[in-house]
Ligand binder design. Structure first.
Ligand code: PGA
Length: 236
C-alpha cells in the first residue's frame, strides 16, 4: 500500500475543492493506494461533513492549545473534526511562517500525544544538493526533529528537496531511491511503530509510476499536479 497525499495548498476555492473531493469519494476502494487529501485548512470541515469517508490532513497546526489564542490552529479541533493527519514543516510553512526544526519537533510531539499522524517534511536546498551534502543535511535535520528516547507511533516522513517543489525539477530516479534508502537506514536509530518514507516535489502523471515503483519509497506528496482531476483519476 502506498500513501498518496494531495497537498492542495491554497490553489483551490471551495467549489473546486468539493469537486475533487467528490471524485476521490467515488473512486473504488483500493488496496494499492491510501489517498489522503489536504485541502486549505478553512475547507476541512466542509469537506469532512460532505465526504465523511475521505481521509484528510491539515496543512499545518500550531502548538497553542484551547483558550485565548487568536489566529491559532488548535490541534484539538482536528480530533473534533475526525481529521487524522497533519503535514508538518512543509517548506512553504518554514519560509512563510518561520517554522524551524525545533518548532517542527514541538508540533510532532503534539501530534503524537493527540493521536494525529504527522507527515513531517524534510529536504535540502539546491546548494546543498549541488555540493553533494544532501545526506549530511538530512541526517542533521532528522536529528533535530526526532528524539532517540521517544517511542513514536505512526509517522510519515516526506523527503521533499526544496529545489524540486513547484519547479518541474526532480532528482534522478536512482537518487530518490538512494536517499529514501539512506533515510530508512538512519531512521532505524529511532523507535517507530510504523514509519513510511514518501517523496515529494514535482510529482506528476509522467514520473509517478517510476517513483511509486521504488522499493524504499512508500508513497508521494503531490502539490500542483494533484489539483487536476486527471491526476486524481489515476488512482482508480
Ligand atoms: P509540487 O509540490 O508537487 O507542486 O512540487 C509538492 C509539495 O509542496 O508538497
Amino acid at each position: 500500500m502506498k500513501y498518496i497525499i494531495f497537498n492542495w495548498k491554497s490553489y483551490l476555492n471551495l467549489k473546486e475543492t468539493i469537486s475533487l473531493s467528490k471524485i476521490i469519494s467515488n473512486l473504488p476502494s483500493s488496496k494499492k493506494f491510501k489517498l489522503v487529501s489536504s485541502p486549505n485548512n478553512f475547507f476541512n470541515l466542509a469537506i469532512k461533513s460532505r465526504f465523511p469517508k475521505n481521509t484528510l490532513a491539515t496543512q499545518n497546526i500550531d502548538f497553542h492549545g484551547s483558550g485565548a489564542n487568536t489566529g491559532s490552529m488548535n490541534i484539538n479541533h482536528l480530533i473534533e473534526n475526525k481529521i487524522k493527519y497533519s503535514i508538518l514543516g512543509h517548506s512553504e510553512v518554514r519560509s512563510n511562517f518561520g517554522d524551524s526544526d525545533t518548532i517542527v519537533k514541538i508540533k510532532l510531539d503534539l501530534c503524537l500525544s493527540h493521536n494525529i499522524i504527522p507527515i513531517v517534511c524534510v529536504g535540502e536546498t539546491k546548494d546543498v544538493y549541488k555540493s553533494k551534502k544532501t545526506k549530511i543535511f538530512l541526517k542533521s535535520q532528522i536529528n533535530k526533529i526526532f528524539d532517540k528516547s521517544t517511542s513514536y507511533n505512526e509517522v510519515i516522513l516526506a523527503y521533499e528537496p526544496l529545489w524540486s517543489i513547484g519547479t518541474g525539477l526532480t532528482p534522478k530516479i536512482d537518487e530518490i531511491e538512494e536517499i529514501s534508502s539512506y533515510l530508512s537506514k538512519i531512521l532505524k536509530n529511532y523507535s517507530f511503530k510504523k514509519i513510511n518514507i514518501l517523496y515529494g516535489g514535482s510529482v506528476n502523471l509522467t514520473n509517478i509510476s517510476d517513483i511509486l515503483n521504488l522499493r524504499n519509497v512508500n508513497g508521494v506528496l503531490v502539490g500542483s499536479a494533484s489539483t487536476k482531476s486527471d491526476f486524481i483519476k489515476y488512482f482508480k
